[in-house]
Design a protein around this ligand. Sequence first.
Ligand code: PLP
Length: 434
Amino acid sequence: MTETLALHGGAPVRPSPLNPRGERFGDEELRLLEEVIRSQRLNVNSGTKVHEFERRWAEYLGVRHAVMVTSGTAAIHVALGALKLEPGSEVITAPITDFGTIAPILQQLCVPVFADLDPDTLCLDPADVERRITPRTRAIIPVHLAGNACHMDAILAIARRHRLAVVEDCAQSYNARFAGRPVGTFGDLGCFSLNQYKHIACGDGGIVVTDDDELAVRAQLFSDKAWPRDPGDPSRRDHLFVAPNYRVTELQGAVALAQLAKLDGVCARRTATGDALTAGLDGIPGVRPLRPYPGGVCTYWFYPFLVAPAIRAEFVRALVAEGIPASAGYVAKPIYLFDVLREKQTFGTSHFPFGYAPFRPPEGQGEIDYREGLCPVTEEVIIPGMVRLPLNEFWSVDDARDAARAIAKVARHFAATPPTAAAVPPAPAVRALP
Ligand SMILES: Cc1ncc(COP(=O)(O)O)c(C=O)c1O
């Protein structure tokens, strides 16, 4: 016996829709902000907050160096700049991510190459990463998606075999762990975002971390117009190579410092509710929740699960009627199908770095072509099948259990009466997440 769906006149699981919210910023942020304003020192080089945040973040994560910059996108740009990649180098990354992972590759005149994802972890499939390696590959950017951690042992083993650098994109996965170790501590460099929507935020901001002293020096320089700012000789002004200005202000540093004190709690609550939700889906037909690798920890930036693409739209409608805030997926298409890559819209009308000697692929290797079919699992299973719940640290374990009950109710209904694909209306528009 299946219960009557709220969509069909049954009683909803949550008569008043689940919508837990709370204040993420408060007195702690205000106190440190006031200190900055009263100090009259708003710039990183005259104040103390940004440097204190960098010190504390490095200590928190257990790495030697951290550099705070203006965004997660800037962090990845700084990491690639620090690596000194030659123009035309190929960088393998994930097809589901924010464009902030991709723009820096192009800005460093490198070529993004996409490997397919694993549908259980939503992270790069290591075997497919290895298949995409060419003589021009120089780096891998694993994207730890939705709070989960990629299989870093497998990715590091591939990187070592092929002498590739690894830059971890941890923007969505603060405190996620692979084999007990936090993301951001595996690769040559790790990158985090502090934008409004992340586990911790300062409006906009980013962090680059590394254990490598030389990369740290170069990252610091790259974030500040390659200006060494020699403390022994302040009059010396030199610029060592082409680099942007990604300096943050002390105001961002102050907010980030206050937020750092909250990170353990935010992540612990997200993990507890997300894992409780997954436990409630055990054995439910036709529902494939995200699974961390064994020994891993997911900190759920959002809560994704997969259903059959043909029923996704109706599944979302049924969940919303049950009082559960669900929406269809995260991105509407793989990033390589966005106009910027499909049409190679880069610098002026040049299409640079695509197709330009001496960056052209060697004879016999075609020019890279971003087209449908490049990553079939992502295109056919993950993107059209993903349902997203906006889980956050204000959800209780009871909220998670209600969400699981509603998903189970809807899934059982579809298992008993599968709709024909033709009867299913198109999926509601995907709401953009930054
Ligand atoms: C996976 C991922 N990488 C990079 C970024 C870019 O971060 P930012 O928005 O701080 O530039 C984001 C932001 O949403 C992201 O989710």
